[in-house]
Design a protein around this ligand. Structure first.
Ligand code: GLY
Length: 369
């Protein structure tokens, strides 16, 4: 059992990492659940797997669930979903001092968190992430958002949860492909800032994916602790520190856009490929040894994540992929900052990247190695 504090003036909260947490919500939330009826917003699949444990645990504390089910998938992060969810919260009589529970992956966490950021100008929420990716990334740090026609996560708010319960038991039923996607965000913490963790994952990655209890807890707790440190330092991504968490995301976003944000390439797979590209591009700039870039690629390929964009069968060339990058929300006054590597375990924000050079690099990478 690990308890990791996210320290933010006036808004600190704990992230619990353990098995069996879903049934302990009432005990761990304590007075954060003020009323006998607890509003729960749940991904429909997550509810099927974990609803009984949640409801039984609450019943043991004399509480019952008011349930709002969200259909699985990114389409639920829409204006329309936000409207129906906030209407439901109002009919439930949710007040500012209440906490709404979000049970599910990143979609439910982002949608519920954003709804809670605007309900009566802000009410509380508790995250119970049920995917590895949500446990190590989206449930921690207070980024909430919905998607619009113009792009993903373009409408949102920073709104911190009041508690996060990362129940490792929830990962037992997670498909292996989703586990690998979460692993991409786990190894990201090693690549961007912790060579010791990267090396530990080189050895123990397969155990983490096999859900070995001790390895899984160490991987999740180390990732959450890394994110907590970064968020505490730069909550609103203004100093460049939190931006380090975007390692792999600019290249990855272009690949996800080119594949239509479909199951041809899931977000974690895009991030995995993006980190390999960031490492190889850093090597091309002479900032990272070629051998270090290939070590990153091997660690990613070693757990079954994609590491060669030539294998995607894309019709696009490098210039077309760069066009997708121009819609990235990190665009700043006409330039696009890139997360690159000085060494494995030391990412930095490069503001001098020439997009024509990136396109030429991508053309090389699109040819089978
Ligand atoms: N997922 C990146 C961040 O939370 O900043």
């Amino acid at each position: 059992m690990a308890v990791i504090p996210v320290q933010l003036a006036g808004r600190s909260y704990d992230v619990h990492v353990d098995r069996g947490l879903i049934g302990r919500l009432a005990e761990l939330a304590g007075p954060k659940l003020r009323k006998s009826v607890v509003p729960v917003v749940a991904d429909a699949n997550a509810w099927e797997h974990h609803g009984a444990a949640l409801a039984e645990g609450l019943a043991g504390a004399g509480k019952e669930v008011a349930l709002y089910k969200v259909p699985p998938g990114e389409d639920s992060k829409s204006w329309q979903s936000l409207e129906t969810l906030t209407d439901w919260m109002l009919t439930q009589g949710v007040e500012r001092g209440d906490n709404v529970v979000a049970l599910g992956g990143g979609v439910v966490g982002d949608l519920t968190g954003f709804a809670c950021s605007i309900l009566k100008r802000g009410c509380g929420f508790i995250q119970i992430p049920t995917t590895l990716l949500a446990q190590v990334d989206s449930s921690v740090g207070g980024k909430t958002a919905i998607n619009t026609r113009a792009g993903k996560n373009l409408i949102g708010a920073f709104h911190q949860p009041s508690l996060v319960l990362a129940d490792l038991g929830a990962l037992d039923t997670l498909p292996d492909r989703e586990m690998r996607c979460g692993f991409a965000e786990v190894i990201k913490y090693g690549i961007l800032g912790d060579i010791g963790f990267f090396e530990w994952l080189e050895t123990n990655g397969a155990k983490v994916l096999a859900r070995d209890p001790a390895a899984l807890e160490q991987a999740v707790a180390t990732s959450v602790a890394a994110k907590a440190r970064i968020v505490a330092e730069d909550e609103r991504e203004t100093t460049g520190v939190r931006a380090l968490l975007n390692l792999g995301h600019t290249f990855g976003h272009a690949l996800e856009a080119e594949t239509g944000f479909s199951d041809k390439l899931l977000h974690g797979e895009g991030v995995a490929l993006g980190m390999v590209l960031a490492a190889r591009y850093s090597a091309r700039r002479g900032e990272l040894a070629d051998s270090d870039a290939e070590r990153v690629a091997e660690a990613i390929a070693g757990v079954g994540l994609p590491c060669e964009i030539s294998a995607l069968g894309l019709a696009a060339d490098g210039a077309a992929l760069v066009q997708h990058m121009l819609h990235d929300k990190k665009m700043d006054a006409g330039t696009l900052p890139f997360l690159l590597l000085r060494s494995t375990g030391a990412a930095y924000l490069a503001k001098d990247v020439d997009l024509q050079d990136v396109a030429a690099f991508l053309d090389e990478q699109l040819i089978a190695r």
